[in-house]
Design a protein around this ligand. Structure first.
Ligand code: ATP
Ligand code: MG
Length: 612
């Protein structure tokens, strides 16, 4: 069955304004006639050179001459600067861009925005690739591998700048930075034209080429677009497009000593890659007029395909109890408030993955919150609920006793042991049951016994009966204490004919049902109980120093008892520890036979009650 081209594949997707734009464009065929040679480049009609990848090797001219209609209905891109680890905000952008491409038979490019010479590192490139793959997306489209580095477009960006100069649309300014700032004007007052604004084309071209040749020191000249110093939008007052920067670039080395400004580079990157919908966050809204000015002129100059890409802004994702600014995350790591970028409490994707959050849970969350045009602050419990929902579906059930105390069954035959059958998932009988060893000495949770019970307490207290989940009904007889009054063991007798699953076992009606492990068989493991990193909903709000608002109890490490079979868990195995939440075997610290478990989320939202 085929779906109309302009409708998303999946009808249950929530619609939003970006979908409306895309659907309208597909309907009108706005981008249908664009050509695409299979790789980024200028328009096939452009007189610009075939270009140089990574500043050096020229692509053979034939690379651009074979050009067909673009088979991708739309093209989007995720354009991270490889200068840090991706956080939950980036996940929003990834899910949106890759998700839209998938829904509308399009391609989404992974583009490293590495035009800034000083900051990028391979470590970040690798971690970004990992994170996007982990979220479940790919940049392969048919035979195209759409992974790109913006720095490989430097030659084209340079040639386009020369075209702008020749067209009288750009000039070399030689004012100092201070002079330029002073003549820019304010929000209420227009700016002043630079004394260099009327240089001739020949003079501009000469100076620009000498800038490129390395004749001038940093900051002595700058190339500016020639627009309008009186524009109401400060970004249109002759913005800088190229600056001199004698710096070594991680990919192009010392090939260049002039570098394009982000506002100039980004639209061109989009155009060279045939992007149709360039989705970015709201702070770029004021840049949209320049985006359109630049690409409009480059289209007129036959440099790029038409119609050019369009920029669409949406609100950044912000989450309560979290900070999502790279600067603040760096501070958390540098000052050792967390154990690195992949600390499970960090709102980074490497951290979330270690924590046990799932990619499907993230995708569900991003789909659910939709896309907004205004500032968006989402309650973190919404994300936690999505992770919980996903794990509820996918995580097998196991038993763990987090705060163990001995339960001694005094009438159980000495030395005897047997098996009890526990379902791997209560709603999925097809997942089968597992055999759990049972014996006369068990571990139970300390909180499952009270010597003098409060009202409504149905678990163990002297004289009361409970069922040991998937096992026998027992009747509590008392407890042992040490000199301080701490309970060291609980005693009971079992009812031998009450074993779950045996005939007549249902005749015993008890109100309490507790979990347990055979002390002789269980395995002691390290378990980390994570909580929110911040104690307040809006860290750093007002004048607050966000560091003072860290939750001092965001990590508790304990030794817990778990089912023996869990000794075989491998990194990233997820489980529900019944009554406790969802846990994952830590992908860094788990060793064969000695897994370390991280709690991803509790079974219920503990904060909902606490904060009401
Ligand atoms: P930060 O502000 O954390 O430093 P950034 O915007 O500088 O992030 P980039 O690497 O430039 O980081 O971002 C890559 C893409 O991710 C951009 O398109 C950006 O708009 C998007 N992005 C970053 N943060 C968020 C967020 N909180 N919500 C949605 N999209 C985001
Ligand atoms: Mg950025």
């Amino acid at each position: 069955m085929s779906t109309p081209d302009h409708k998303p594949d999946s009808a249950d997707k929530i619609s939003h304004f970006i979908r409306h734009v895309i659907e309208a464009d597909l309907q009108s065929g706005k981008y249908a006639s664009r050509h695409w040679s299979g790789k980024p480049g200028p328009s096939k009609d452009s007189s610009v050179g075939a270009g140089a990848l990574h500043g050096g090797m020229s692509a053979p001219p034939s690379a651009r001459t074979v050009s067909n209609l673009d088979s991708a209905k739309i093209r989007t891109r995720f354009p991270p600067e490889p200068n840090g680890y991706l956080h939950f905000g980036h996940a929003k952008s990834i899910c949106l861009n890759f998700g839209l491409a998938a829904d509308y038979a399009g391609a989404c490019h992974l583009r490293f925005d590495d035009t800034n010479p000083e900051k990028e590192e391979q470590e970040y490139v690798d971690s970004i690739i990992d994170a996007v793959k982990w979220l479940g997306f790919e940049w392969q489209f048919g035979s195209e591998n759409n992974e790109y580095f913006a720095s490989s477009y430097f030659q084209w960006m340079y040639e386009f700048a020369e075209k702008l100069i020749v067209a009288g649309l750009a000039y070399v300014d030689s004012q100092s930075a201070d002079e330029m700032r002073a003549s820019r004007g304010t929000l209420t007052e227009g700016g002043k034209n630079s004394p260099f604004r009327d240089r001739t084309v020949a003079e501009n071209l000469d100076l620009f080429r000498r800038m490129k040749a390395g004749e001038f020191a940093d900051g002595t000249h700058i190339l500016r677009a020639k627009i309008d110093m009186n524009s109401g939008n400060i970004n249109m007052r002759d913005p800088a497009i190229y600056r001199i920067r004698h710096a070594t670039h991680h990919a192009t080395g010392n090939d260049w000593c002039i570098y394009p400004m982000y506002t100039y580079a980004h639209p061109i990157e989009d155009a060279l890659e045939n992007i149709t919908h360039s989705i970015c966050t709201l702070e770029f809204e004021d840049q949209r007029p320049f985006y359109n000015w630049l690409l409009g002129h480059l289209a007129e100059l036959s440099c790029i395909n038409t119609p050019p890409p369009q920029q669409i802004e949406f609100a950044r994702l912000n989450l309560t109890y979290m900070v999502l600014s790279k600067r603040k995350l760096i501070q958390l790591v540098d000052e050792k408030h967390v154990d690195g970028w992949d600390d499970p409490r960090m709102p980074t994707l490497v951290g979330a993955r270690r924590r046990g959050y799932t990619a499907a849970g993230f995708r569900r969350f991003m789909e659910m919150i939709g896309v907004a045009k205004n500032h968006q602050l989402i309650d973190i419990s919404v994300l936690e609920e999505c992770i919980r929902d996903d794990l509820n579906d996918t995580a097998p059930r196991r038993t763990a006793v987090l705060d163990p105390v001995k339960l001694i069954i005094d009438n159980y035959p000495a030395g005897h042991e047997e098996k009890c059958l526990a379902p791997n998932h209560p709603q999925k009988p097809e997942w089968g049951k597992r055999a759990v060893p049972f014996s006369g000495e068990l571990w139970i949770e300390r909180e499952d016994f009270m010597e003098t019970p409060g009202k409504g307490y149905f678990r163990l207290f002297p004289g009361n009966r409970v069922r040991l989940r998937y096992g026998f009904v027992i009747e509590c007889t008392g407890c042992d204490k040490d000199a301080d009054g701490t309970i060291t063991a609980v005693h009971c007798n079992y009812l031998a004919d009450s074993k779950s699953g045996t005939p007549g076992s249902d005749n015993y009606k008890v109100k309490g049902n507790i979990h347990w492990l055979s002390a002789r068989h269980s395995l002691a493991v390290s378990v980390r109980l994570y909580d929110r990193l911040f104690a307040v909903a809006n860290p750093g709000e007002g004048d607050a120093d966000f560091i003072t608002e860290l939750n001092p109890n965001s990590l508790t490490t304990i030794t817990a008892q778990v089912e023996p079979s869990l000794g075989n868990s491998v990194a990233e195995d997820h489980f529900q520890f019944e009554r406790h939440g969802y846990f994952v075997a830590d992908r860094i610290d788990s060793k064969p036979g000695a897994p370390v478990f991280n709690r991803a989320v509790t079974l219920k939202d503990a904060w909902a009650k606490a904060t009401k």
